[in-house]
Design a protein around this ligand. Structure first.
Ligand SMILES: O=C(O)CCC(=O)C(=O)O
Ligand SMILES: [Fe+2]
Length: 311
């Protein structure tokens, strides 16, 4: 397991402009990684060390708030409210974190007197992550020959910024799986983790690769279930888990991308070699059903999207 690594792709190259050689080869690298792993490490140098430090320091303060305050983080949309399992893992979500209003709605609940360092860094981080997510989407669409659909697709996307904490615990023999293996129910997920590793990605052969970020501005990009539907199975959703030894508290921040409407596989991605595999997917309806099916389940279990909208 130690020798396996995920591909690392650089998104801050000066000449990375549509139409250039660098652009075309990066599009190819992105699609190859998504077809093979459903995942890759994304280097994007717009994140300064200072922004990274601020967002993780203020996330500690977020999780240090009293439980009754954290429980105010509720949403009428599925899987976006305060969540806590066995006290070890907690998560909270900001809806529409790329807008000032979205950030303020959340901050006002958590800190009625305001907390500028948190709101400014969360907003900035969400915007950087959204930019990177869109860049990846554009590259994938172009590579598969449907670049003309990128703008209309982008208009139908919405975002949620998820903060997770995996608490330190008394050391036991070996590591424990703190978040069981799953694919994300998103279109895509971009994640930044604090200085404690733990996220692992499963390969097609069943091996696990540890996400070990090469720099302070390394994200991991994971394709979600909805991207598989869109791509007619070209893109593989990334199966991952979090495994930690409990010696240090771990934090992560993830941008979850969802579609506000119905996702259709583009006609261009259907041919004799690739017959249509999915009916149109109403993303929110799928999430609602999923939340209902998972209710009361002890573990975050698996509800294959193929069972939901497979042809
Ligand atoms: O915290 C992490 O590294 C992963 C979180 C995750 O997989 C999830 O929230 O779906
Ligand atoms: Fe996940």
């Amino acid at each position: 397991m130690g020798s396996l690594t995920l591909p690392t792709i650089y998104f801050s190259k000066e000449d990375l402009k549509p139409g250039t050689q660098a652009w075309v080869s990066t599009c190819k690298q992105v699609c190859h990684a998504l077809e093979e792993y459903g995942s890759f490490v994304a280097e994007f140098n717009k994140v300064s060390q200072d922004l990274r430090d601020t967002i993780f320091t203020t996330s500690e303060e977020l999780f240090d708030l009293p439980l009754e305050v954290k429980k105010l983080n509720i949403s009428d949309k599925p899987l976006r409210s305060y969540h806590c399992t066995k006290i070890i893992h907690e998560s909270m979500c900001i809806e529409n974190p790329d807008t000032i209003q979205g950030i303020q709605n959340f901050t006002n609940l958590m800190w009625p007197n305001g907390f500028d360092a948190f709101s400014e860094s969360a907003h900035k981080m969400a915007q950087i992550m959204r930019e990177l997510d869109r860049l990846v989407t554009k590259m994938v669409f172009e590579h598969y020959g449907v670049g003309k659909l990128y703008e209309s697709h982008t208009e139908t996307m919405e975002y949620s910024l998820k903060f997770s904490k995996y608490k330190e615990f008394e050391h036991i023999d070996g590591n424990i799986v703190s978040l069981p293996g799953h694919t994300d129910h998103t279109f895509s997920t971009l994640l930044l983790q604090s200085n404690v590793n733990g996220l692992e990605i499963q390969t097609k052969d069943g091996d696990w690769i540890v996400f070990d970020p090469p720099s302070h501005s390394s994200f991991i990009y994971n394709a979600g279930d909805a991207f598989m539907v869109w791509s007619n199975d070209r893109i593989r959703p990334c199966f991952h888990r979090v495994k930690i030894d409990g010696s240090k508290t771990r934090y992560s921040i993830a941008l979850f991308t969802y579609n506000k409407g119905v996702i259709h596989t583009p006609d261009e991605l259907v041919d004799d070699k690739h017959p249509l595999l999915y009916n149109p997917l109403d993303h929110l309806e799928y999430l609602r059903l999923l939340q209902w099916k998972l209710r009361g389940a002890a573990q975050k279990m698996y509800y294959p999207i193929k069972d939901h909208c497979g042809v």
